[in-house]
Ligand binder design. Structure first.
Ligand SMILES: *Cc1c(COP(=O)(O)O)cnc(C)c1O
Length: 225
């Protein structure tokens, strides 16, 4: 795509997000994080050039290499994938803006310990497996509140900001909707939670209707030629 085509394509997506958020209410703000796992640093740079500032990667290695390659740009980096404990040091070296995927107490404790040693904090979300899918990580809905509060208490270096989840991997919108509503309902009960990260290319409008405040868009932002 030419730069102009890319800009028009991006504008059309922004318009859809805008329509969906206004259907919730005037004050409902939705942030877009570009999930850039399918593309290289050059493609990130061209989306940055037309105004996108927040990018998310799901592999620590990719986050490291792309953030290094784009070091000169003030990009806000998010980590949206499953984090292995042995990658914590690498993740922290990038100083990401937000970690979306705390999916176990062990991971929270390991992060807290490392952050403590470096006298730092990290903004993070707790991942909920609201679709009850074996292939997905995250806490089950019924245990999330307790674990969230436990992490808040035991891991003060993690500044919890809310929750993340991936919509049910099915065609029926009602099932996807139910998983989003589950996440939103939990989000509303959590102390100081500001970020409800849900919605991807195929379901972001539904996610916004269910109260998402942050959508992670990949394939729709980076269409193949
Ligand atoms: C890839 C990815 C996305 C974006 O997916 P698309 O369907 O391509 O928009 C969102 N969230 C996570 C965790 C991802 O890994």
């Amino acid at each position: 795509m030419t730069t102009l085509e890319q800009k028009l394509h991006f504008d059309r997506i922004i318009e859809r997000v805008e329509k969906a958020r206004l259907r919730v209410n005037d004050h409902h703000i939705v942030k877009i994080v570009a999930a850039s796992k399918y593309v290289d640093a050059e493609a990130i740079k061209s989306l940055y050039a037309i105004g996108q500032r927040a990018f998310g990667e799901n592999k620590v290695q990719d986050l490291m290499s792309k953030s290094e390659a784009l070091d000169e740009l003030p990009i806000e980096w998010h980590f949206i994938g499953t984090l292995q404990k042995n990658k914590i040091n690498h993740l922290l070296s990038v100083r990401p803006h937000l970690l979306h995927s705390i999916d176990s107490l062990e991971l929270a404790h390991a992060l807290n310990e490392r952050l403590e040693r470096e006298d730092r904090t990290l903004r993070a979300l707790v991942q909920i497996n609201s679709a009850y899918e074996a292939s997905k990580s995250g806490f089950l809905p019924e245990e999330t509140n307790e674990k969230y509060l436990q992490i808040m208490q035991e891991c003060p270096r993690l500044v919890l900001q809310g929750v993340m989840s991936i919509g049910a991997h099915v065609e029926e919108p009602t099932v996807v909707q139910k998983s989003f509503e589950t996440t939103r309902r939990i989000f509303e009960t959590l102390p100081n939670a500001k970020v409800c990260s849900m919605g991807m290319s195929g379901d972001f409008e539904l996610a916004i209707a269910c109260g998402s405040t942050l959508i992670r868009l990949g394939s729709i932002l980076f269409p193949k030629e």
